[in-house]
Each structure stands twice: as C-alpha cells, then as structure tokens.
Design a protein. Structure first.
Length: 123
C-alpha cells in the first residue's frame, strides 16, 4: 500500500495523523506537536488545511490555528557554512590528541624494565 502524505516537508502520513487523532490529540496545536506537521520548510502553508480537514472529518474542531514560531535567532547562511571548517579542525585536534596518547603509552612501555620469566632464562 502506498503512503499518502499530508505533510511532505516532515513526511507525516495520513495514517500517522489518524493515529494521533485516535490517541486523543484532537486540536491542531496538539496534532502539530505530536506529528510534526507544519514545522518543515513550508511552515504549514501546504499541509495545515489537509490536517484540519482530517480533524474535522473525525468529528473534532479545527477552529483555532496552530501557533507559528519563527526561528529564535535568524542566522546568515555564511555562519552555517563555517561549521564544516570548525568540525574538520575539531576532528584533526582529536586525532592529534589520540596520537599523542598512543605515543605516550609506547614511550612509557619502553622505559619500564621487562623482567624475564623462567622460560627466557632456560631454567
């Protein structure tokens, strides 16, 4: 059976919406919070009407709209683009720390005298 999506941005299906309604999420806001519809790229412009219709068909009210929330702090794309360089630098630093730790363990092993057991002395 093919999936029928009500929210393409967040991949919310009709089945998931009906399941949420059956579980007691019977208003637009609680449906949005439970399923995630309306939180994607379109911010509900493409899916809120479909979800409201499904809610009304199930015998509930869709009179109150859900609460749209803009991003807390707007970001420039340039700020996000710099994250890749930071992640690469962090990974490089981590590899260097691991290499120093391994080298430190090898150096401390060379400094410790190794006692010969009975097999080495030929007894």
């Amino acid at each position: 059976m093919a999936k029928a999506f009500v929210c393409r941005c967040e991949d919310v299906t009709v089945h998931e919406l009906d399941d949420a309604i059956a579980r007691g999420y019977t208003d637009i806001e609680s449906l949005k919070r439970y399923t995630g519809f309306g939180t994607g790229y379109c911010q509900g412009k493409a899916c809120v009407a479909l979800c409201a219709r499904r809610l009304v068909e199930a015998g509930h009210s869709a009179a109150l709209p859900f609460t749209p929330r803009p991003p807390f702090h707007p970001l420039r794309l340039a700020a996000l683009a710099g994250l890749a360089a930071i992640a690469e630098e962090d990974a490089r630093d981590e590899r260097a720390r691991e290499a120093r730790a391994v080298a430190g363990c090898a150096a401390s092993d060379e400094d410790e005298p190794v006692e010969a057991g009975p097999e080495a002395s030929g007894e």
